[in-house]
Write a new protein. Sequence first.
Length: 179
Amino acid sequence: MEVKIGNSQLVLKQGDLTEEEVDAIVNAANPSLLGGGGVDGAIHRAGGPEILAQCKKLGGCHPGDAKITSGGKLKAKYVIHTVGPIWGGGKEGEPKILAQAYQRSMEVASGNHCRTVSFPSISTGAYGYPIDQASRIALRTILNCLKDHQGISEVRIVLFSFEDYQVYARELRQMTIPM
Ligand code: APR
């Protein structure tokens, strides 16, 4: 599924983020930036030790911030490591931190002249963020950022499961149905 925003577009797809042939993929990391499971583990496995070596020099990453390394052996040129919030019920600033993670990742991508960026569904795995709420924040933040970062021509959200893809597609349809 895709939506045009000016000269840019937002694409939803099901797949493996590590296979993406884009300028940058975004990693759903933890504050240590020293690897983990989920998409973090997949990126380090596929990208090789060079990514971890660079991460070790970054001094960690606060939730809502984002930092960049090379893509190592990945098809993507860069990996933008961001940290989403751990879901604690929704009253601990989680929505704001999740939006910041997407926004900062878009800013870092734009600052490094990336034209194509692929995201995972940040915080909806080990961090437990309900995916219906997280998807609305992800889509709204990315759509707003595309207006501010005209240099980014395509943003993809790559969902690992078909069920997750259906959630995002439903939310995107609801956002873009003409009132
Ligand atoms: N490609 C795309 N999406 C993936 C992949 C992959 N190869 N592997 C997992 N995912 C999806 C999950 O299905 C989930 O929808 O990424 C989403 C985010 O899940 P996690 O990877 O668990 O990330 P998150 O919920 O943000 O938790 C981050 O988990 O891996 C650790 O080090 C990481 O501590 C951090 C925490």
